[in-house]
Design a protein around this ligand. Structure first.
Ligand code: PMP
Length: 377
């Protein structure tokens, strides 16, 4: 019998928050007005376009729109043939991992890690080898990464911008990863779903900009994150043709295609002007400010986050003697706020000093939450 698979921490905390009527700063989904342009585009997609199977790799117009978006926003040169549309980044990750990993392969994953990576690697018959980012700036320990490589290593999975830390890998770190991948003939799967949610002038640097990685990596993106429509579950991979071919072969038997009307809508959304995308992102700024300021005013030590919808509090530095699980478990009934413990993002030797909070809410909701958090400590 296969081992039991626990329900994700996000689902568990959301359920507990709903049962207790708590403010849910745990799971990363926005509770704000949804972008009207995208909703209108989805209605057009339903009414004016076909609702039948699109091509297996995605609507040509959407694959072109993804390539054009990355050219305009990240300076990448991508052929639409290198884009495969998937049912969310989750399916993109599954198709990528199944395409790359063979039984007995080792895959280096970096903790804290998004919770889907490890089970997907294991379902492909691979073994996860863990390397941990170094707190409190969560830098990538390149020496440890290199030391983890063995003759069985097949791939590295990275996540930049990172969930849960909200930090981004530097050019130097990505170049070092490129050297390692080229030197040891490894594939990089780079989960870049948070690429558009960057703050205070920070700029996302795609691993695809590193020449040595261009043909040996799979970039993963998500329209759910780009447009704050997490329930749409529309994502993609970008990879050089030979790799894209391998990913497509898996995608065709995972989901085959992704709802056609949403593909039309996302194509329209990606083509919206730069100003629109900037304004969409900036709607999160008041909530982020309210959360960081409110937590600091309440005596919490908050780490810098350059990206994502999350901020991190350091419990020890905040003078709180609880571990992260206990803090989050008590927070729901006692303070009426849900958060996610960092230990949930560790597959081994968890960091138990940190807690992730999501600010993708209207500022008044965040202000109520931070008042409750201040009273809790
Ligand atoms: N990767 C990371 C790092 C994420 O944070 C998420 C969503 N929280 C995903 C992948 C999954 O994205 P999607 O909803 O498009 O499947």
């Amino acid at each position: 019998m296969t081992p039991a698979i626990p329900t994700t921490i996000f689902e568990r905390m959301s359920r507990a928050a709903a049962a207790a009527g708590a403010i849910n700063l745990g799971q990363g989904y926005p509770e704000m007005a949804e972008p009207a342009e995208l909703i209108a585009a989805a209605v057009r997609g339903l009414r004016e376009h076909s609702n039948q199977y699109p091509p297996m790799r995605g609507l040509p117009g959407l694959r072109q729109a993804v390539a054009d978006y990355y050219a305009a926003h990240q300076g990448l040169s991508i052929d639409p043939a290198e884009v495969i549309v998937t049912s969310g980044a989750t399916e993109a990750l599954a198709a990528a991992i199944l395409a790359i990993v063979r039984p007995g392969d080792e895959v280096i994953c970096v903790q804290p890690l998004y919770d889907a990576y490890k089970p997907l690697v294991e379902w492909a018959g691979g073994r996860v080898v863990l390397v941990s980012l170094t707190p409190p700036d969560w830098s990538l320990p390149v020496d440890a990464l290199e030391a983890a490589i063995t003759p069985n290593t097949r791939a590295i999975i990275l996540n930049t911008p990172n969930n849960p830390t909200g930090t981004m890998l530097s050019h130097a770190a990505l170049s070092a990863v490129g050297d390692l991948c080229a030197g040891h003939d490894l594939t990089l799967i780079c989960d870049e779903v948070w690429e558009a949610m960057v703050w205070e002038g920070a700029e996302h640097l795609s691993a695809l900009t590193i020449p040595s990685l261009r043909d040996r990596m799979i970039k993963v993106g998500s329209a759910g994150k780009l447009f704050s429509l997490t329930g749409w579950k529309l994502g993609w991979v970008v990879a050089a043709p030979a790799l894209a071919e391998q990913v497509a072969a898996r995608h065709q038997f995972l989901t085959y295609t992704t709802p056609t009307p949403l593909q039309w809508a996302v194509a329209d959304g990606l083509a919206l002007p730069r100003d629109w995308h900037d304004a969409h992102r900036d709607r999160y700024v008041p909530g982020r400010r309210a959360l960081v300021d409110g937590l600091r005013d309440g005596g919490y030590v908050v780490l810098d986050n350059a990206a994502s919808w999350f901020v991190t509090i350091d419990l020890t530095a905040s003078g709180i003697g609880l571990d992260d699980e206990t803090f989050c478990t008590r927070l729901i009934p006692e303070a009426g706020v849900a958060a996610i413990p960092f230990s949930a993002f560790y597959a081994a030797a968890p960091e138990t000093r940190y807690v992730r909070l999501c600010f993708a809410k209207e500022a008044p909701v965040i202000q109520t939450a931070t008042a409750r958090l201040a009273a809790f400590r």
